[in-house]
Design a protein around this ligand. Structure first.
Ligand SMILES: C[S@@+](CC[C@H](N)C(=O)[O-])C[C@H]1O[C@@H](n2cnc3c(N)ncnc32)[C@H](O)[C@@H]1O
Length: 537
């Protein structure tokens, strides 16, 4: 049957997409529907149909899942910040475990047991860092809040259920005071870091100018009303793009950093350095990572993508030596200071790209028994993964915020003789679809049979082995998100357009006059989205 916008159908959700939409199969077509839980039946209005998938909204729910709950936040349905507030905690945990399992099966082609998610007892008010966009509405009033999903429209709010009470109070004050004495148009974002254990607070104004109107009065009101504030910073960002923090940073009041406690250690946090956003679950995550590392006090541990050194320093008392690697210079400075501050003498930190630094360690003949890696969403690049394999650690503890790239990298490491021993999801981001996972890989049985294959490198696409995702992963992603099927040929054509290296002759026509189908625009768009998702462009 042909469907078009505004058609109405009655059907039941049978599954979820990665971003928490209900999946409905009806008359041979798959529909993605917001706010519909598995097992719930509804009258659905079709909002769009694209090739093999449709999108819909619930007109009327005909049955409720026993796991449905009323969202706490009044703007939960509009705001893009939380996607799962209508699910109870058990269902959120099930959703995340299923997501990790799905990635390991479909992307990694690995059949492994996924442990039950380590969830939070009180899954609210957990964010120690809030970064809120500021703008104006059509009536010319200042608004601040998170973006509506897939847009840059700000959904104005007075409080967010994931913020601490103090963060919400400071945000409300800023909104009222700037409307009174400042110029709202000067601000892009407000950033607040709140160290829950020490109580210290940092406020960062991300503005498009150095000359903040009413600056001194703003500082006076903030510091008098909120004695927890230790640092007020102006970050100047004059760029036109979506990058949040600019390069120029001016300390307006107090110090350039605040301090937090974690697993009995004290850490310095500056405006730009990465620090896990859920301090309660960070302890759960790190404890698990350190337990999986199986340290006895004799090991050299490398902590790759170490941020301010938090994981490595927390493990240092159980290891012989810790070497941290991190690309952001201020985070490395923080890490070094953190070692001194905690009297840790067996940890050192190197500033640079993970791939380059791990290869240098290899050249210096450093062979760690344990590697802990905690990369950004795009996962490990080819150079890093290669150096890791050559270093030959007994155990790799992989901490990841993206199950898709985690599964991809675990599949690659499995081919290199590591076997996945434990997959433990930890819910660091309740109410959202995001999921942190810690995996233990250790040296497994290596197949000693060698197979001789002859091939020409020019006929292969070696970019599969460099960075990003394999053709199978890209195809899976495109199908999941756009419902389109794409071929290796189309992917290689778009790779060439994007300047991603493809084998010189890979998938090129065999002669000048032979004709090849060209990737249609909608498939090109979907492939480019997949490249972005896997950090390839
Ligand atoms: C997910 S964070 C983990 C930080 C730290 N392990 C923690 O738990 O707080 C990833 C870190 O990798 C760093 N990073 C990103 N790309 C990098 C690269 N190419 N080489 C080294 N570090 C990188 C980021 O600056 C960030 O601090």
């Amino acid at each position: 049957m042909e469907f078009k916008k505004n058609d109405v159908l009655t059907a039941e959700a049978v599954d979820y997409t990665f971003d928490g939409l209900g999946v409905v199969r009806h008359e041979g077509l798959c529909f993605f529907v917001k706010d519909l839980l598995k097992g719930e039946k509804a009258e659905i209005g079709v909002t769009a149909v694209k090739k093999n998938v449709g999108y819909g909204r619930v007109i009327r729910r005909l049955s409720d899942s026993p796991q449905r709950v009323e969202p706490r936040c009044p703007v939960a349905r509009q705001c893009g910040g939380c996607q799962l507030q209508m699910m109870n905690s058990e269902l959120q945990a099930e959703f995340k475990r299923h997501r990790v399992a799905d990635c390991f099966q479909r992307i990694g082609h690995l059949d492994v047991e996924i442990k039950p998610v380590l969830s939070m007892e009180f899954p609210w008010k957990y964010r120690n860092k809030v970064q809120v966009p500021v703008g104006m509405n059509r009536e010319g009033q200042m608004i601040s809040g998170y973006y509506r999903s897939h847009s840059h429209d700000i959904v104005d709010f007075d409080q967010c259920c994931l913020h601490s009470d103090l963060e919400n109070a400071i945000l409300r004050s800023l909104k009222a005071w700037i409307a009174e004495i400042g110029d709202p148009k000067q601000f892009r974002h407000w950033l607040i870091k709140h160290a829950f254990r020490t109580g210290q607070v940092m406020v960062v104004f991300i503005a498009n100018t150095v000359q903040i109107k009413g600056k001194m009065e703003l500082i006076r009101r903030l510091t008098e009303s909120y004695p927890q504030i230790r640092s007020i910073i102006l970050n100047v960002n004059e760029r036109e793009d979506n990058v949040i923090l600019g390069d120029k940073e001016i300390v307006l009041w107090g110090s350039a950093s605040i301090e937090e406690e974690l697993l009995g250690l004290r850490f310095q946090i500056s405006a730009k350095s990465f620090y896990q956003i859920n301090p309660i679950q960070t302890e759960v995550l790190y404890r698990k990572a350190i337990e999986l590392a199986g340290l006895t006090g004799k090991e050299t541990v490398i902590d790759v993508y170490c941020g301010t050194g938090t994981i490595g320093l927390s493990a240092a008392s159980k290891a012989k030596r810790v070497i941290g690697i991190e690309i952001v210079p201020s985070a490395v400075e923080d890490a070094k200071n953190n070692a001194v501050r905690n009297g840790i003498t067996n940890a050192e930190f190197i500033c640079g790209d993970a791939g380059a630094c791990t290869s240098q360690l290899l050249q210096r003949n450093i062979q760690p028994e344990v590697a802990i890696v905690d990369p950004p969403r795009k996962g490990l690049d080819r150079l890093t993964i290669d150096s890791l394999v050559k270093m030959n650690p007994d155990r790799i503890v992989y901490v990841s915020c993206d199950p898709a790239t985690l599964a991809r990298d675990c599949a690659f490491l499995s081919e290199q003789g590591y076997s996945v021993q434990v997959v433990q999801p930890v819910d660091m981001f309740p109410q959202t679809t995001h999921c942190e996972t810690v995996v233990l890989l250790s040296k497994g049985e290596v197949d000693s049979k060698k197979i001789r294959v002859e091939f020409s490198l020019e006929d292969m696409d070696m970019s599969e082995f460099q960075d990003g995702a394999t053709y199978a992963q890209l195809k899976d992603y495109v199908l999941e998100y756009s419902g389109l099927k794409v071929s290796n040929l189309y992917i290689s054509q778009i790779k060439r357009k994007c300047g991603i290296g493809v084998g010189k002759n890979y998938n090129l026509p065999k002669s000048e006059d032979s004709r090849q189908p060209q990737c249609p625009p909608e498939k090109e768009k979907a492939i480019r989205e997949a490249f972005k998702y896997f950090g390839m462009i």
